[in-house]
Design a protein. Structure first.
Length: 141
């Protein structure tokens, strides 16, 4: 659906245009409008980056932001996912559920048109699964 593999049949349309017919600008717009939440929160986060830098990464691929605006946006998103004050931590200092929240924050920080969640809770225990699913429902609303 997001273009990682060639389309085997049918059409995938974004804002009314089949992606197979989109020009380079249309494909770029599509890539910037969709985000992924990967299945494994342990291997999808760079262990050498702080949480703040991980969440800020997608913002570096759009219109430039001032340092203050970037920090405010990241801090607001971390607050939205229940990780206010976690920006200076490294992934190894977080639980599985907290890592998954970082992955969700990274996916949502650009306010994408849609999010593809690859088994977003399969690596988590039942209690944390419920918390992450409730978080996604709340953010969607």
């Amino acid at each position: 659906m997001i273009g990682l593999l060639p389309v085997a049949g049918g059409d995938v349309c974004f804002r009314g245009t089949p992606l197979g017919q989109a020009d380079a600008a249309g494909r770029r717009e599509f890539r910037l409008a969709c985000q992924l939440v990967f299945q494994d929160p342990y291997s999808s986060l760079d262990p050498r980056q702080r949480v703040r830098d991980i969440v800020a990464e997608p913002l570096r691929h759009g219109p430039p932001l001032t340092r203050d605006a970037l920090q405010a946006t990241v801090d607001a998103m971390l607050g939205e996912v229940g990780l206010a004050g976690f920006g200076e931590r490294y992934p190894h200092a977080l639980s599985g559920g907290q890592r998954q929240r970082v992955a969700i924050a990274r996916a949502l920080v650009r306010k994408p048109a849609f999010v593809v969640a690859d088994e977003r809770v399969s690596a988590l225990d039942m209690t944390i699964q419920k918390q992450v699913l409730e978080l996604l429902r709340r953010l969607q609303a």
